[in-house]
Design a protein. Structure first.
Length: 609
């Protein structure tokens, strides 16, 4: 749609200028500009928009042709919620009537009442829906889902292409809504870890369709009220990380331990960043310089070759680009497909084209970019061609292990160091070894706060809580205890913690024992799997205390699980079902319904990875 003097508040000269520049903007540029115009002070806009002559006095949008839009998000770590809130604000600023909700808070039967639906959802683990989408997901798949011929919708799917079932949950929602007769506002977009630009372009497409439905007259300006948006508490974010000084970097494990878990204390002074118990910190790490140098040498590249990381930003050297900006330790099917397009090597193409992809999955597991180059003799690829197909370096998320109220302007983390051998080479976790081996106190790490409203302490401090967190899964529960001690919470608390050895692996042992002595912690059960003849894990301790465990649930306790999803969280979930069935005198179906109700009531919360 083109602007005209008759459908806008601009002069003919302004309209001509806008019609000339707007069609050439990318989705990301349109999205950024809309936010800038909303949030910037109006006296600043007069200078920035000199080419547009004079802009009228501060204005706010008042509805002319309002459209109702429902924005639903499903998230495990908070990214989908952040995007949903961001895009909802953009819609509200255009005078749309927007209702934004987690899928867990939305009544699925209300779907048939909607006219426009936006879904932003991540995929967790191996193709699983996030915990807060489970009931909505099951309803939509079931026979009770209504026909939705009157519904317009679009899906933004977040995922990680290193997993086989990339963006699976978003794909399932998209396919099912289409089966039920709904019409697409815009095609689904599947986003990898670097999701900012594709998400912005998807939203621009959705917004364009919504405005087209509204005849281009969603709102009209009215003089006298300035709508400048809500000022941000901090200017630092996922796309603009804060350089946090490292105050402490200590290995928590005793001598002789098979584990290496580092306690990290970071300064937030001057950042404006705050957090709540249950939130996480994202860290942007650097790749191992030894691996980077090996990769450059394998290609025979000049490490000082200039590389463009992002349009309209200064170039940097190839070595710096591979150190700080690109992922080189994870091989994915999409990456191999892009590499295949850059080479005439037939072996790699045969690997990708095989009907049975088990060989591909086996090859990808445990290998990195250097392996691929050596295995398929791909040394002829130019540096700029290769970097153009690499994923940007994703942040690593770590559950916060401290309370902001107890430690103002600081944040504490536990980072388990990953080292292993695979395919005749030593390997290491990018972030964990960067922090363990190459970061000293006084140096800085680029960080941001990742909100997680799906893992919060109860609003009522007198509510009892049960915490199950073996290994580094103990992190958020240290935050919980510091917070509850600080506010004088009266509710009972019970911790299940486990690791390999009591002597070397009892993380924060003195703190937990002091909390137990002082009554901040009511009950503590430990499971050290290598200290006896038989391996004992946290789920075994849960079974030993099954009657009391069920009694706590019956009197309203909130159950929290943090740690490994594939093994620990799965086993704990099964144990929970068995406890409910046994102590509640229920059938397996009734026990499953009981646990499902706990999730719906937000009394069974998981932070698993």
């Amino acid at each position: 749609m083109r602007l005209q003097v008759t459908n806008s508040p601009f002069s003919q000269e302004q309209v001509d200028f806008l019609n000339k520049i707007l069609p050439g903007l990318t989705g990301e540029q349109r999205f950024w500009l809309s936010g800038y115009l909303t949030a910037a002070p109006f006296e600043g806009l007069a200078e920035a928009g000199a080419a547009l002559q004079t802009v009228p006095a501060p204005q706010a949008l008042v509805p002319v042709a309002t459209k109702e839009i429902t924005v639903l998000y499903g998230t495990q770590t908070g990214n989908s919620q952040g995007l949903a809130e961001q895009f909802s604000q953009q819609l509200e600023e255009r005078a749309f009537d927007v209702k934004t909700s987690s899928m867990s808070d939305f009544k699925p039967r209300d779907l048939k009442k909607l006219s426009n639906l936006i879904i932003i959802v991540s995929t967790h683990g191996e193709g699983d829906p996030p915990d807060d989408t489970l009931q909505f997901h099951e309803f939509l798949k079931g026979k009770r889902a209504p026909k939705l011929e009157e519904l317009n919708y679009s899906v933004l799917a977040l995922g990680d292409s290193s997993y086989e079932f990339f963006c699976q949950t978003g794909k399932e929602f998209d396919e099912r809504l289409e089966e039920l007769g709904a019409s697409k506002l815009a095609p689904r977009v599947d986003c990898d870890l670097d999701f900012d630009e594709p998400a912005a372009e998807w939203f621009a497409a959705v917004l364009g369709k919504l405005e087209e439905q509204s005849g281009g007259a969603v709102g009209r300006p009215v003089v006298g009220e300035a709508n400048l948006g809500t000022p941000a508490i901090s200017s630092y974010s996922r796309t603009n990380p804060f350089q946090a000084e490292v105050l402490e970097n200590i290995n928590l494990n005793g001598r002789g331990s098979n584990k290496e878990n580092h306690h990290i204390e970071l300064s937030l002074e001057g950042s404006g960043l705050t957090f709540e118990p249950g939130d996480s910190i994202g860290i942007y790490p650097k790749n191992d310089p030894v691996l980077v140098d090996e990769l450059i040498a394998e290609f025979g590249w000049d490490p000082e070759t200039p590389i463009s990381i992002k349009a309209n930003e200064p170039e940097c050297s190839l070595r710096d680009a591979l150190l700080s900006h690109y992922e080189i330790t994870v091989v994915t099917k999409p990456l191999l497909q892009k590499i295949a397009e850059l080479t005439s090597n037939e072996e790699i193409k045969l690997l990708l084209e095989a009907e049975d992809d088990s060989e591909l999955r086996e090859y990808i597991y445990g290998r990195d970019l250097l392996d691929v180059i050596r295995n398929y003799s791909l040394q002829s690829i130019p540096a700029d061609k290769l970097t153009s197909i690499l994923r940007k370096m994703p942040a690593r998320l770590y559950s916060i292990a401290s309370s902001y109220q107890a430690n103002p302007d600081e944040v504490h983390l536990i980072i388990g160091t990953v080292r292993y051998e695979a395919h005749d080479r030593d390997r290491s976790g990018v972030c964990s070894v960067h922090v363990a081996d190459r970061i000293e106190t006084g140096e800085t790490l680029p960080i941001y706060v990742q909100k997680n409203n799906n893992f919060r302490l109860p609003e009522n401090p007198d509510t009892p809580i049960i915490m199950v967190g073996p290994g580094t899964g103990i992190a958020p529960f240290r935050s919980f205890m510091e917070e509850r001690e600080e506010i004088g919470a009266g509710g009972d608390s019970w911790l299940f913690f486990g690791d390999q050895h009591f002597v070397t692996d009892f993380l924060y042992q003195v703190e937990w024992q002091n909390w137990l002595k002082d009554g901040v912690l009511t009950k503590l059960d430990l499971a050290f799997s290598r200290d006896g003849d038989e391996k004992v894990y946290v789920q075994h301790r849960m079974k030993e205390n099954s009657k009391e465990f069920y009694d706590w649930l019956e009197r309203g306790a909130v159950l929290y699980i943090c740690g490994d999803e594939e093994h620990m969280a799965h086993d704990v979930h099964q144990t929970l079902l068995e406890i409910v069935e046994k102590e509640g005198g229920k059938t397996p179906e009734e026990a499953a319904e009981y646990v499902s109700n706990l999730q719906a009531e937000k009394r069974y919360l998981r932070d698993v990875y």
